[in-house]
Design a protein around this ligand. Structure first.
Ligand SMILES: [Zn+2]
Length: 337
């Protein structure tokens, strides 16, 4: 660890002395000189970058990765495939709204870190009153101009949205990027109606994918400050006054790139996998090897609890039916001082 950097206190429990956990190369740039230092809080298990990367370096890498400059173009399709983005956001909205017993027209949805407004557009088309909050001015302008959706160029704190006005607040791949997840979740809770729902998508450091090869985990990236587990993400949501924390495997909800013109589910049934094998003789030749791989991974995976098979989490929790959000925020503000 670089000697001139101070460790960062834990955002969940305030512990000032996190323990070094993992040193690795940024997996999105692959630049061996660009080292990441992950620390783990021994009190609450939160894993995060400590010390933090130099902000200027992190920013330049962040831009470079999303423009494809540092990745040989690997991420240049980030925004480009409209059809698959639409399909993903439709599936995500279905999941968010699945347990509301009222029409979408009666629901107000806020997407935080809304990017170009893809999810906001899908929610608005479904009939929801939908708003996006996004820091990047160009992304906001794109959403307004291209999709005609309501975009606020601000942080949650500066957005001036009305407290207790939203039924659903979503954070797609956002919470791992922010400086303080607790304060972002507190702001979201403030905006949720009593009984409203927060939905968060992020990676799971307690997954078998991480355990199998920690230093090659593709989530390891200087733009990702936090590496949550169900325990630590649930801890933050509960600390902010949310209840009924629930996690599912995000990959079971997101469809993948369309095949034969139709978006396809990421997970395949046994029948589909056998059919794919029979279509491709080369796969049949490789079958003994594939089966031994499957058996090896199955043995590896079954040593862990069920959420360990979840490399990307989709989590939800709700505000209590009677509002205590204001009290929760006051309490947290006091404990920070
Ligand atoms: Zn902690």
């Amino acid at each position: 660890m670089p000697a001139n950097h101070q460790p960062v206190p834990c955002d969940l429990c305030g512990n000032r002395k996190p323990t070094p956990f993992l040193e690795a190369t940024d997996q999105k740039t692959g630049d061996p000189e660009h080292r990441l230092y992950l620390a783990r809080c021994e009190r609450c298990e939160l894993v995060y970058l400590s010390p933090r990367p130099d902000p200027d370096v992190a920013e330049s890498y962040f831009r470079a990765v999303y423009t494809g400059e540092k990745t040989g173009g690997r991420f240049t399709t980030y925004y480009h495939d409209e059809e698959i983005i639409r399909a993903k956001n439709e599936a995500r909205l279905d999941w968010c709204l699945r347990d509301f017993d009222t029409a979408p027209q009666n629901l107000k949805v806020l997407d935080v870190g809304a990017g170009r407004g893809h999810f906001v557009k899908v929610a608005a088309d479904r009939g929801c009153k939908a708003v996006g909050v996004e820091l990047d001015q160009a992304a906001c302008d794109y959403g307004r101009g291209h999709y005609d959706v309501e975009m606020i160029c601000a942080t949650l704190e500066t957005s001036q949205l009305t407290p207790e006005s939203f039924d659903v607040v979503t954070m797609w791949d956002l919470i791992e990027h922010v400086e303080s997840p607790t304060s972002v979740v507190q702001q979201a809770v403030r905006l949720l109606k009593p009984g409203g729902k927060l939905v968060v998508r992020t990676g799971n450091v307690d997954s078998w994918v991480f355990a199998r090869s920690p230093q090659q985990w593709d989530m390891l990236f200087s733009g990702h400050t936090y590496y949550f587990s169900p325990t630590t993400l649930g801890g933050i949501l509960e600390k902010c006054g949310l209840e009924g924390f629930h996690v599912v495997n995000a990959k079971k909800i997101d469809p993948v790139a369309p095949r034969n013109g139709k978006p396809k589910k990421q997970t395949r049934s046994l029948t589909e996998r056998i059919a794919a094998l029979l279509r491709d003789p080369r796969r049949l030749m490789n079958l003994p090897h594939s089966i031994s791989d499957e058996v090896r991974f199955y043995r590896f995976k079954r040593r862990f609890p069920s959420t360990w098979s979840t490399s990307i989490m989709l989590a939800e929790a709700r505000t209590p039916a009677r509002s205590v959000s204001a009290a929760g925020i006051e309490q947290s503000a006091t404990s920070e001082n």
